[in-house]
Design a protein around this ligand. Structure first.
Ligand code: NAG
Ligand code: NAG
Ligand code: NAG
Ligand code: NAG
Ligand code: NAG
Length: 233
């Protein structure tokens, strides 16, 4: 009797010690934790995140997740999955992420500024959701980004000039939001047309096909300002 109780107590102490041991913590995986924290915030009526279980060595066998040879996440493919809820800042820890495909859902809240830490991102597709707030200027750090589609949300504020620094940018769609102010036209933005910015009624500038208030480049020279013709009477 006493022996059994002692054994139980001993095994409890052992478990407690193991739990605190640094070697046990090695088994936890930052990327599992980051993705699982997203799952805990998201409403998932069709259970597309069913395989996302917290006690896994890595997330590489989870549906909608792709890893590289080092078992680090390179893709999240959750487009058109009827998901709603916010994005979590923990996504900023997926340092090898190249494709974040979350388009055509009902994600809401702000686009987390920490996404600017994902410097391996090639494609960021958040279009057709319910995001509000501003476009984080930190996205300008995404120097490998080729595709940035944030269209069909409720984003407001101005377009950060930092985005023009992304020289690799090939596809940009910010249309159908509530953005304001002047559309930058320098840097990588030189290769885009007004369609990238359409249906943001408060945007202005060349790429918005609408002059900014008080911008001289758009107001035609008044006829009187033309140099007087020498033969005038
Ligand atoms: C989208 O999410 C909002 C809350 O952010 C909710 O009110 C709305 O019903 C959702 N729409 C759909 C189609 O799920
Ligand atoms: C991630 O981004 C935040 C703010 O955008 C910054 O403060 C932080 O240092 C970054 N972390 C890493 C690991 O780069
Ligand atoms: C975005 O919204 C516009 C205007 O409502 C609509 O015509 C267009 O089909 C939408 N695009 C996407 C990709 O949902
Ligand atoms: C769009 O933004 C303007 C100015 O920031 C604001 O007054 C307006 O209510 C917004 N519209 C929508 C539909 O969010
Ligand atoms: C702008 O909005 C209108 C009506 O909401 C839609 O028909 C049109 O396709 C939109 N334009 C773009 C470029 O999304």
């Amino acid at each position: 009797m006493v022996k059994a109780e002692q054994q139980v107590a001993l095994s409890r102490i052992l478990l407690l010690l193991l739990g605190c041991h640094p070697l046990v913590n090695v088994l936890s995986n930052t990327e599992v934790d980051a993705l699982y924290s997203l799952k805990t915030k998201v409403i998932d009526p069709y259970n597309v995140l069913e395989t996302w279980e917290p006690n896994t060595v890595n997330p590489c066998k989870w549906f909608h997740v792709t890893c590289n040879n080092e078992n680090s996440v390179t893709r999240i493919d959750l487009g058109h999955a009827s998901l709603s809820g916010p994005l979590v800042p923990q996504l900023g820890q997926l340092s090898n992420l190249q494709y974040l495909e979350l388009f055509d859902n009902n994600f809401s809240g702000e686009i987390p500024g920490v996404l600017g830490n994902l410097t391996n991102l090639v494609s960021l597709d958040l279009y057709s959701n319910n995001f509000n707030g501003v476009i984080p200027a930190s996205l300008g750090h995404l120097s490998k980004l080729r595709i940035l589609r944030l269209n069909n949300n409720s984003l407001s504020g101005s377009i950060p000039y930092s985005l023009t620094d992304i020289t690799s940018l090939q596809v940009l769609d910010l249309s159908n939001n509530n953005l304001t102010g002047e559309v930058p036209s320098s840097g990588s933005f030189a290769r885009f047309t007004p369609s990238s910015f359409a249906n943001n009624t408060l945007l202005c500038g060349t790429l918005a096909a609408k002059p900014c208030l008080g911008a001289p480049a758009f107001s035609p020279l008044p006829p009187y300002a033309v140099a007087p013709t020498p033969m005038s009477s």
